[in-house]
Design a protein around this ligand. Structure first.
Ligand code: FAD
Length: 400
């Protein structure tokens, strides 16, 4: 049998959260290894809106300045109701909103990591605990086993690490979303603003990335056809059917979109009431990003919240590192101290995530046009709990 490898910190998943966590640790002088199951780093979903709080985290990671060069600042928003043609301004935060190409964000994080940090083609199958050391033992699909002092699950919504922690199953919104890019080779003349058009059962949103590229999404009631819509051409056709009767400008945008950029996602969430009580730490194992708090895209905060996780988790581990003496402390003592650092991280994140996921959840419910009574209750809760609807983006993750 192969000897088991020992690695100090293992991060499962090389998405936004896993890479950001590895980079945050690296900035604090702490080595880690990222295990990514795919053979390449993936950037499914075309664009990603990063709000003020996300930019604060990117700044701490040292990648904000370069990323800013790739995307225009969004300066406002317009909402149009198709039924009555009414237009209204959408209040956006005083701060910074830009829509990035996901590939740009992933590349920027990955390229800032020391060589050898990311291990591609490494799918984690299961996790157990070594009773002697209290560290975790990770079983990979390729037959390798790794013993890790710290294990951080950034493996997204279908997280193996979340299963190990015993987190509650995800719930489904009755909504799906198609996302894509459209390139305007000689430039588009849209303003630097977010535009959305709401129909009876669907909604389209458009955000310029730069002067030639726009990111768009169509949110619609989940549909049995969603299952077969993996083929980009079919997905494009179905999306055009979904937004029949919408303004020509929007229809043309979808018609001329880059088919390779299209993707469809059934929207899921980790219920706010579960986030309030989950045990996000077992031994020296924890989770971050979608593995911890997948939420609907209605506030465009999932990715920014994942970046916040990365900063706070790295900070908590770095603070504890000074209390650990590898030469004199036994593994049980080290595991205990790591556990304390992870508890601090979870404590710092929990209420932030409960608020964020509650606001996202209520916004999602309202988009679905629920019965009058439900709408009434949701509106009251929104007014009472979130009187400033953009306050979620004023959160600061603090210094790394
Ligand atoms: C339709 C839609 C629109 C969105 N729009 C926005 C937006 O505008 N702004 C925003 O901030 N957020 C948005 N989000 C949310 C955002 O995309 C996610 O919150 C973010 O991508 C989470 O990153 P992550 O790294 O936690 O997870 P993921 O991006 O899912 O990455 C997980 C990684 O782990 C790998 N992995 C999984 N299992 C294993 C395993 N067993 N072993 C090894 N590797 C594994 C996967 O291959 C993947 O690379 C949106 C989400 C959706 C669905």
């Amino acid at each position: 049998m192969d000897e088991m490898e020992e690695i100090e910190i293992v991060i499962v998943g090389g998405g936004i959260c896993g890479l950001a966590t590895a980079l945050a640790l690296h900035r604090k002088g702490i080595k880690s290894v990222v295990l990514e199951k795919s053979e390449t780093l993936r950037s499914t979903g075309a664009g990603i809106t990063i709000r003020t709080n996300g930019w604060c985290a990117l700044h701490q990671l040292g990648v904000a300045s370069n990323l800013r060069l790739t995307a225009l600042p969004i300066q406002g928003g317009i909402d149009i109701c198709l039924a009555n043609g009414q237009q209204q301004e959408i209040s956006i935060e005083m701060g910074e909103i830009r829509c990035l190409r996901r590939s740009e964000l992933i590349t920027s994080l990955a390229e800032s990591l020391p060589p050898g940090t990311i291990h591609l083609g490494c799918q984690v199958l299961s996790i157990t605990v070594d009773p002697l050391s209290s560290y975790s033992i990770i079983q990979l699909q390729n037959g390798r086993s790794i013993k890790a002092k710290v294990l951080i699950g950034c493996d997204g919504a279908n997280s193996v690490v979340a299963d190990f922690l015993g987190l509650k199953p995800l719930k489904f919104f009755s909504l799906s979303e198609v996302r894509g890019y459209t390139e305007y080779p000689s430039g588009h003349d849209f303003k630097n603003e977010y535009n959305q058009v709401r129909g009876d059962h669907s909604m389209i949103g458009r955000i310029p990335i730069d002067n030639k590229l726009v990111y768009w999404f169509v949110t619609h009631k989940a549909n049995p056809k969603d299952v077969v819509a993996k083929d980009p051409e079919l997905l494009q056709q179905l999306t055009l059917e979904t937004i029949k009767g919408f303004p020509t400008e929007m229809l043309d945008m979808v018609k001329h979109s880059d088919r390779d950029s299209l993707s469809l996602a059934r929207l899921r969430y980790h219920a706010p009431w579960d986030i309030l009580q989950e045990s996000f730490r077992k031994g020296t194992v924890t989770v971050a990003g979608d593995a911890m708090h997948v939420m609907g895209p209605f506030l465009a905060q999932g990715g920014s919240a994942a970046l916040e996780d990365a900063i706070i988790l790295a900070r908590c581990l770095a603070q504890k590192r000074h209390e650990i003496d590898i030469k004199t402390n036994g593994s049980q003592v080290i595991a205990h101290k790591i556990g304390e650092a992870l508890d601090k991280y979870v404590k710092e994140r929990r209420m932030r995530l409960v608020r964020l996921s509650t606001q996202t959840y209520l916004t999602g419910l309202l988009i679905k046009k629920p019965p009058l009574l439900v709408r009434f209750v949701c509106n009251i809760l929104m007014t009472v709990l979130f009187s400033d609807p953009t306050a979620h983006s004023h959160y600061g993750c603090g210094r790394l």
